[in-house]
Structures are given as C-alpha cells and as structure tokens.
Design a protein around this ligand. Structure first.
Ligand code: ATP
Length: 252
C-alpha cells in the first residue's frame, strides 16, 4: 500500500476547524467539497503549513510539519491559492520560474531547466511565455498558475478551487490534465459534477468538520451531502457507462 504522505492528528484551527484524523496516501487524488464557509481553504492552508494548527498535529511524510522550513515544505508541497493576487505586469515565464525558488542553493537546482520545461509543456503555456499575466484569459492564467506549481516538482499539490472562473470546457480540460498527474492531489472543487471523474475519494466538510470521507461516488449520493448543501442529488448514467450527477435545490 502507498505510504501516508500527509497526516493530521486531531488538528484544529481556532473555532474555524476541528478535525478528526486524516491520512492522505502517496498518489491519491482527493476532492475537498462542502458549502461556502465549511473550512475547506483553512484545512488546505493547514496541510500546506501556511498556518499552524491551534490544536493537534500535522505530519508531512512522518515529520512534524511545523519543524520544517518554508523552502523544505515548498520542495514537497505546491499550493494554489483560491485568490491569486499576482501583479498583472508579471511576465509568464518569470512567474513560472518562481516555482524553482525553493531549490536555490541546493543540488536539485541543477534540474531547474528540465523542471521548467516539463511544467511549461504539460500545461501548454509555451505560446504566452513572453506575455504578461494580466493579458491572459482565465483558462490560460490558471494553466500558468498550475505550471508554476508543477515547476516546484512537488510530491503533493494542494489546490484551492483550481477551476475558479473557468467555463465548462476549460474546467474539463484542466481537471483532465490534473487527473493524469501522478502526484498526490487534494483539491477544493465546487463543481461537484467533476468530482467522480477527477478524484476517487472525497472529503465532505461542513461547519469546520470533515463529516464524510469515502469513495466520491458514495459521498455524492449520501444524505449528508444533501444536508450540507441543501440539495437533492440525482445520478445520471451516461452513454459511455460513467455516471454524472445533477443537483437540484430541495423541493424542486
Ligand atoms: N483569518 C480568519 N479570521 C476569522 N475567520 C476566518 C479566518 N479565515 C477563515 N475564517 C472563517 O472561517 C470559516 C471557514 O473559512 P474557509 O475559507 O476555510 O471556508 P471555505 O469552505 O473554504 O469557504 P469557501 O467555499 O467560501 O471558499 C468562514 O466562516 C470564514 O469566514
């Protein structure tokens, strides 16, 4: 069985988050779902070591996260913020190169060129490397943000709403690129219809707690999901045998 790479032991954050134990194994793709204000971003920031738990402990590959330096964490974990506040004038290739900063002065810096090339090719951002971030469309911009994450050559990607502001086709394209990455990924997803295809496992959060942790198809059909969102969930079988989900307000 793959090793546990991220683990929380009763970690909480003020009155915003109180957690049961959570383990994420190497290579797992996990969707973090729940209504606004449930605590998804706070959990992701804790896992990324950007904020420290006010109770409990978080471990990265068996080491207490709080004992690791920022560059050491950044060599293992790349985090995509929900709100990117990148200066619009930033040139795309310079921005992606920021992903290599944690390796400055280490032997892994020898891989800078190869890592950047791989990230640029994977997220197909070559055509706008010389452009400014501010000139990109929403979909192009998100691919650039993710190329910066991939340039970090992380083991773990923590993504806060990676499909924010994207249209349906761009969401599908981006999530299929992410799905094919052989990395551990925990991603906050608001569009629940993409969850089964992207992540075999889903964590449902409500009121600062993980209330369900299981196979995404089961979590999406659970009565807890309906309660958390105030929705009815209807599975729809597609021609190719896969299942998608239609969500309707209760009573509709
Ligand atoms: N620094 C903070 N100080 C006070 N309250 C905070 C802080 N950060 C988050 N909160 C509150 O904690 C709750 C959880 O916030 P969080 O951003 O983690 O939720 P979320 O599930 O990611 O929400 P959304 O889906 O809207 O992004 C919210 O009520 C939020 O207002």
């Amino acid at each position: 069985m793959p090793e546990v790479v991220l683990q929380t032991h009763g970690a909480g954050y003020d009155c915003i988050l109180s957690l049961t134990d959570l383990s994420v194994r190497e290579g797992e793709h996990v969707a973090l779902i729940g209504p606004n204000g449930a605590g998804k971003s706070t959990l992701l920031k804790l896992l990324a070591g950007l904020i420290s738990p006010t109770e409990g402990e978080i471990f990265l590959e068996g080491t207490l996260l709080s004992t690791l330096s920022r560059p050491a964490v950044a060599r293992e974990i790349a985090w995509l913020s929900q709100t990117d506040d990148v200066t619009p004038e930033f040139i795309v290739e310079d921005y992606i190169a920021l992903g290599r900063l944690p390796f400055r002065g280490t032997v892994q810096a020898q891989q800078d060129t190869a890592a950047l090339q791989t990230a640029i090719q994977y997220f197909r951002v070559e055509p706008f490397l010389k452009r400014s971030i501010g000139s990109l469309s929403g979909g192009e911009r998100q691919r650039v943000m993710l190329a910066r994450c991939l340039a970090q050559t992380p083991k773990i990607l923590l993504l806060d709403e990676p499909t924010n502001h994207l249209d349906f086709a761009a969401r599908a394209e981006l999530l299929s690129l992410l799905r094919d990455l052989p990395l551990t990924i925990v991603a906050v997803l608001h569009d629940l219809s993409f969850v089964p295809n992207f992540a075999p496992r889903a964590l449902l959060m409500r009121d600062g707690k993980i209330i369900l942790d299981g196979a995404s198809s089961e979590v999406l059909l659970s009565s807890e999901l309906g309660h958390a969102f105030g929705l009815n969930v209807h599975p729809v079988q597609l021609d190719d045998g896969s299942t998608t989900f239609v969500f309707r307000p209760r009573g509709a």
